[in-house]
Design a protein around this ligand. Structure first.
Ligand SMILES: NC(=O)c1ccc[n+]([C@@H]2O[C@H](COP(=O)([O-])OP(=O)(O)OC[C@H]3O[C@@H](n4cnc5c(N)ncnc54)[C@H](OP(=O)(O)O)[C@@H]3O)[C@@H](O)[C@H]2O)c1
Length: 336
């Protein structure tokens, strides 16, 4: 196997924890002795050991007394190891203390406070460091994480369900499901990918939504962000029950989103009604729009998503893909 093939193995180890590592990046690591993989590890759970520590611990357990020295081993890790004390001690410390003398890193950490610092520290400690293998795959795997650090804001996606005549919901009626059960199931998978789900006060009071990700695999549930100035919120509503809710009274959306620059949140899914969605789309903050379109109209009693002559395209988005989910169509638009 060559370095790229080992790196691909580390990438696939990382991938196993896509939904439990977030909002941290997925990271995988392996330890090689000569050309044989002797241990594997990944960052499995947000707040727990990083991949580099897990692989070192795994090697110690496996090799026990037979194991002479880490100096004979090469560490391959997908992302630059951390050099700071966060929820866990710095990985650079664990690597240096283990005696490893060769480290191959897939991609430098995009976080400007971190980028390159760990590499420098490892080199200063007489470790041979090589960087830059399968970088595009690692960036793609951690799309939201790289986006956040390169743009100093979380990736924002607006998701809407629309009737065939462009309506959001019925005026003066209880909650209506516009799209099919399969589309709503797809939304659960979508939610599972995001670090937070954002909505507004009217949607909360009118729809009594849960807005969690109901999937049959283990995930870190997205946080909920509620933009509302209502003083009479019913915190016994199901929305408040199963994950952390942040109530935000600030109305300026740039200020709201800027507030997440330094928080553990790389991606936000906006699931709101026409007022808040249009307010977001009138800013430059939104990166993606996903429309689940039903073949059925709501008619004159339906509330329009957009003013006459406004389309997602006219708001500065290009159609990236479009496919059927039962009778509905899912359209994904990316910012031009
Ligand atoms: N078809 C769909 O995909 C879909 C999805 C979600 C909701 N809906 C429907 O949408 C309806 C509600 O739509 P909506 O747009 O009135 O309510 P919304 O989604 O709650 O958004 C508007 C509310 O957001 C809050 N907000 C905070 N900052 C804002 C800002 N800068 N600009 C605009 N709003 C801001 C305000 O809450 P406060 O008034 O509490 O301060 C405001 O009333 C619901 O009945 C629901 O059925 C449809």
């Amino acid at each position: 196997m060559n370095i790229e093939e080992y790196m691909q193995r580390a990438i696939s180890l990382a991938e196993t924890y896509r939904y439990t590592a977030k909002p941290n990046p997925m990271v995988g690591a392996i330890l090689l002795k000569d050309k044989t993989i002797i241990a594997e590890g990944a960052h499995e759970l947000f707040g727990s050991n990083h991949a580099e520590v897990n692989v070192i611990e795994s090697a110690k357990k496996k090799l026990g007394e037979k194991f002479k020295s880490f100096s004979e081993l090469t560490l391959i890790c997908t992302l630059e190891p951390c050099n700071h004390r966060g929820k866990t001690p710095p990985c650079t410390e664990a690597i240096i203390n283990s005696g490893i003398k060769k480290v191959i890193i897939g991609c430098q950490d995009p976080n400007s406070r971190m980028a390159g610092k760990s590499i420098k520290k490892l080199i200063e400690n007489n470790i041979d460091v090589k960087v830059g293998f399968c970088e595009n795959d690692i960036k793609e795997q951690n799309k939201f994480f790289f986006y956040k650090h390169n743009n100093q804001k979380p990736y924002l996606t607006v998701k809407i369900a629309s009737s065939s005549d462009g309506k959001s919901h019925y005026r003066n009626k209880d909650r209506t499901y516009i799209t099919s059960a399969s589309s709503r199931e797809d939304v659960q998978q979508l939610r599972a990918q995001y670090d937070a789900i954002l909505t507004g006060g009217n949607t909360l009071t009118n729809d009594n939504p849960r807005m969690n990700a109901r999937v049959n695999f283990e995930i870190n549930q997205p946080k909920k962000i509620l933009l509302s100035n209502k003083n009479n919120l019913d915190i016994n509503q199901q929305f408040f029950q199963d994950s952390q809710v942040e109530i935000v009274k600030e109305k300026n959306l740039e200020t709201v989103i800027n507030n997440y620059k330094n928080k553990d949140c790389c991606s936000i899914l906006i699931e709101a009604g026409p007022k808040l969605v249009n307010a977001f789309l009138s800013t430059n903050l939104v990166d993606e729009v996903i429309v689940y379109q039903s073949p059925h109209p709501l008619g004159a009693n339906g509330v329009d998503w957009f003013n006459k002559d406004i389309t997602v395209e006219s708001l500065g988005f290009n159609l990236e893909s479009s496919y059927k989910i039962d009778d509905d169509t899912k359209k994904i638009f990316l910012k031009c």
